[in-house]
Design a protein around this ligand. Structure first.
Ligand SMILES: Nc1ncnc2c1ncn2[C@@H]1O[C@H](COP(=O)(O)OP(=O)(O)OP(=O)(O)O)[C@@H](O)[C@H]1O
Length: 842
């Protein structure tokens, strides 16, 4: 193509048209700018196309020749002899029409055909493109449908990975140590160079964590820190290392970054920087805002900025509106959660970094600065910027509230060297005092002293939780390279090494105090509930124990009842047998003579009170009733007891419960109870003489029969009937005893019966069916019981020869019986009188 392109001009007449052949003379269609050949409708055969190409090529070359087209244009025509482009030749003065001559119409027709072909092709291509576009749309939709779930899964994975990265990141920071110490050395100032001071600090570029100080004796001292910045390192490099700690504040950790060092070493430069070289403060806040926007879909953040200074041990708010007014007196207060706060401090809300910068500038203007020999704009106070970050997780609604302290300390200075006086001297003294307090705190922390003197200065009190608590702390140790400042440099480096040695536990995430309060309340409630549950559990266990023991008692009682019933049945059968025998005897006697009347008449058999079947006995306790048995004791016995009660100085006779079953002592399974039966009135009056031949004393009562007490019926006392209130046992025995003893049946005292003497066989009676005197077993039993009782209470007849059974009650009141020593001799009687033992029942 030529250098300049011309506007379209009418096609010139070709000079030679012999070679141009026109297929047919089809007129140009109205809607087409060019005549259309009939073959336009069809697809042009390949031969025709090639022919056309030849014609066009020749036409192009002729055109080029005649128009004096340069080589480049010629080549272009040759290259573009296909259908796509017909290059316009560069004309040199002459009209192009002269070249086409009179066959211009044919040439135009040819060109028209060509054009129409091109238009057709173009339309085809457009249709194809449309088709492709539709296909693309379809594919796109299909892709979206297929990829949507994958995208969601990947998004979730990404979120998970992010939180994992955050966790690992924090872990690394914690592993590196919560107090991290960086060292930054400023370059030699022009003044120092001019004065000829040399640098005494050496850096090894391969070791970014150590430096060497050349001492005055040419020895080198090595110091190691978490990172060492040489004078060549700019603000960006410094901040890149600081960033991890800064970001922690967004995760809910408290952060403290402070610069320490000799005056004029670049503390303010590192923290605040200059408008051209912004320092850590600005960059940190900028980064926090940027990150908060990044996280805004998950966490909503709010930022509050405060700025204060500690000047001459007084806290001054640097963000107060009117600095002309007397400053509010601000004090450090400890909050209930152990952290420190300054009530009344202005907290300015900032929504973006520009607002923060404005706030910082306002604060900076209010700061106390002055000129000293060492620094023209020396900070005469400790400046603290506090950023409060409040975060709310939009997903789980968790809230956090954390602080970031950015502290530019006032420089330590040698008063003599800086030659300050007046107000400056006073300031210097306060500055040095507070820095020395900071040194004390650091020393105490490093040596793990239990007492840390935080309250010795306002500065240490403010930084209490940042220095020794659950905070991520970073200290910049600023040093001067000048040989003139060697002493101060060594001091600063030693102090920084001590700080680096401080170890304390991992930083703790800070939650919102309101949330903490809520959690505390919940924890307290939970504790109370746990206590209550414990109490309830204890009482439940106690109840269970009680229940189990009662269950045991009832089981034992049931066993006993069952045994007693069995025994009852046995005796009934025996009684019936005896009655039958008696009846037989009577019959025999009647048949023999009928002369003598029967000596006695047998009282009618009183039916034994029916009891409920065992299956209906439950384990429930019987309803509370009188503990004392309704069974009547003999009148004489009661009287005796009353006599004892009226006597003074005589210990009251111990009351013996006649209740058959109810007793408060725990029932021991398989333990046999003593059986004692008081004799009837008539029997008592009978002379007691031993009938060694009597076998009743050995009458056996089934072993487990628990008959604890029963009394013989007094004369005239109605016998136990099913309707009476006396116990089953008493009714049984009463019914037995109502078969009054035949005259020949006597109670027998067998003083040395081993079965009575040994506890195991005590009161073990047996009844022999072969015994001739078993005809009235029940009566014998009654008498036997009397004899047992006598033995039980009185001991051997030898020991108490004159004791009458009627006076048994009185013997109970005897002092001798209450003495354990003397009771020991009485064997079974001990059971009766000993207070702490179970009572035998008379
Ligand atoms: N890394 C550095 N690169 C270039 N210039 C620096 C650097 N550090 C400090 N300076 C320059 O040194 C001078 C003193 O710095 P600066 O005021 O920050 O010291 P300072 O420690 O804050 O002093 P003071 O304790 O008295 O406030 C400034 O002019 C500052 O620009």
């Amino acid at each position: 193509m030529g250098e300049e392109s011309l506007p379209m001009t009418p096609l010139p007449q070709p000079s030679t048209v012999e070679e141009i052949t026109i297929q047919d003379g089809t007129p140009i269609k109205e809607d087409s700018p060019f005549p259309q050949s009939s073959s336009d409708e069809e697809i042009m055969p390949e031969e025709e196309t090639s022919q056309e190409n030849v014609i066009l090529s020749d036409l192009g070359s002729n055109l080029a020749d005649s128009c004096d087209i340069d080589e480049k244009g010629r080549r272009s025509i040759q290259e573009h002899k296909d259908d796509s482009v017909i290059p316009s030749p560069v004309l040199k003065g002459e009209s192009i029409t002269s070249f086409f001559g009179p066959d211009l119409t044919s040439a135009l027709q040819l060109l028209g055909t060509k054009y129409n072909n091109l238009v057709k092709k173009c339309q085809e291509q457009t249709a194809e493109t449309d088709q492709l576009r539709a296909n693309c749309e379809l594919l796109r939709n299909k892709c979206i449908q297929e990829c949507e779930p994958k995208y969601e899964a990947l998004k979730k994975k990404y979120t998970r990975e992010c939180s994992e990265r955050k966790r690992l990141y924090n872990e690394i920071i914690e592993l590196k140590g919560n107090i991290r110490v960086f060292c930054r050395c400023r370059p030699l100032s022009s003044e120092e160079i001019s004065k000829g001071y040399a640098s005494v600090v050496e850096f090894d570029p391969s070791q970014d964590s150590e430096l060497h100080v050349v001492c005055s004796d040419n020895s080198k001292k090595q110091f190691k820190f978490d990172h060492v910045f040489s004078p060549k390192d700019n603000q960006e490099i410094v901040f890149a290392e600081t960033l991890p700690v800064v970001k922690s504040v967004l995760d809910g950790y408290n952060v403290c970054i402070f610069a320490y060092g000799q005056t004029g070493t670049g503390k303010t430069f590192t923290m605040e920087g200059t408008p051209e070289n912004r320092g850590v403060n600005y960059r940190a806040l900028e980064e926090l805002f940027r990150s908060s926007i990044e996280r805004s879909s998950m966490i909503r953040y709010e930022f509050l900025v405060s700025m204060l200074e500690v000047y001459n041990e007084k806290i001054r708010d640097l963000l107060t509106e009117n600095s002309d007014q007397p400053a509010k007196r601000l004090e450090v207060r400890q909050l209930p959660d152990g952290s420190q706060d300054v009530p009344g401090l202005v907290e300015a809300q900032a929504c973006n970094i520009d607002e923060v910068w404005e706030i910082l500038k306002t604060g900076g203007r209010n700061r106390s600065v002055g000129s000293t020999n060492a620094n023209e704009l020396s900070s005469r106070s400790h400046c603290l910027v506090r950023l409060t970050v409040m975060g709310e997780n939009l997903i789980d609604k968790q809230r956090s509230r954390s602080h970031m302290w950015l502290v530019d300390l006032a420089g330590s200075e040698r008063v003599g060297k800086t030659e300050v006086e007046g107000e400056r001297l006073k300031e210097s003294q306060f500055i040095n005092k507070s820095l020395s307090a900071l040194g004390d705190v650091i020393s105490a922390l490093a040596s793990k002293n239990p007492h840390i003197p935080y309250r010795n200065s306002k500065l240490t009190h403010l930084l209490q939780s940042s220095l020794g608590g659950d905070c991520k702390t970073l200290m910049f140790t600023q040093i001067s390279p000048s040989s003139a400042d060697l002493g101060e440099t060594l001091c600063s480096l030693n102090f920084a090494s001590r700080v680096r040695g401080i170890e304390y536990g991992p930083a703790r995430k800070q939650s919102d105090p309101q949330e903490s309060f809520k959690l505390k309340q919940m924890a307290e409630k939970l504790r109370q509930e746990e206590k209550e549950t414990g109490r309830l559990n204890e009482s439940l266990q106690l109840m269970q124990l009680k229940y189990a023991s009662r269950e045991n008692v009832f089981k034992t009682l049931q066993d006993k009842i069952r045994d007693a019933e069995q025994a009852c049945r046995n005796y009934q059968m025996k009684v019936r047998d005896l009655e039958n025998q008696l009846a037989d005897q009577k019959k025999g006697q009647g048949q023999i003579g009928n002369r003598e009347p029967a000596k006695y008449t047998k009282p009618p058999l009183v039916p034994i009170r029916e009891r409920q079947p065992l299956s209906r006995i439950t384990n429930r306790l019987p309803p509370p009733g009188p503990r004392r048995s309704t069974m009547t004791t003999t009148r004489s016995f009661e009287n005796k007891e009353n006599i004892f009660e009226t006597k003074k100085n005589v210990p009251k006779a111990r009351r013996i419960s006649l209740s058959p079953i109810v007793r408060s002592i725990p029932v021991q399974p398989k333990r046999r109870a003593s059986i004692a039966i008081l004799p009837s009135e008539a029997e008592r009056r009978q002379p007691q003489h031993t009938n060694s031949n009597s076998q009743f004393s050995r009458l056996r009562i089934p072993r487990r029969m628990s008959v604890t007490s029963f009394a013989p019926p007094a004369p005239g006392t109605p016998l136990a009937t099913p309707g009476s209130k006396s116990s089953r046992f008493s009714s049984f025995l009463a019914s037995s005893s109502k078969y009054s003893s035949p005259p020949n049946m006597q109670a027998v005292w067998k003083s040395k019966i081993p079965t009575f003497a040994s506890p195991r066989n005590r009161l073990q009676l047996h009844s022999s069916p072969t015994n001739s005197s078993c005809a009235n077993n029940a009566t014998s039993l009654h008498k036997l019981c009397f004899s047992v009782q006598k033995r039980v209470i009185v001991g051997s007849p030898a020991a108490q020869p004159k004791q009458h059974p009627v006076l048994l009650g009185s013997s109970l009141g005897n002092r001798a019986f209450q003495s354990k020593d003397s009771l020991g001799r009485y064997g079974t009687a001990q059971r009766v009188a000993c207070k702490n033992r179970r009572q035998s029942v008379i």
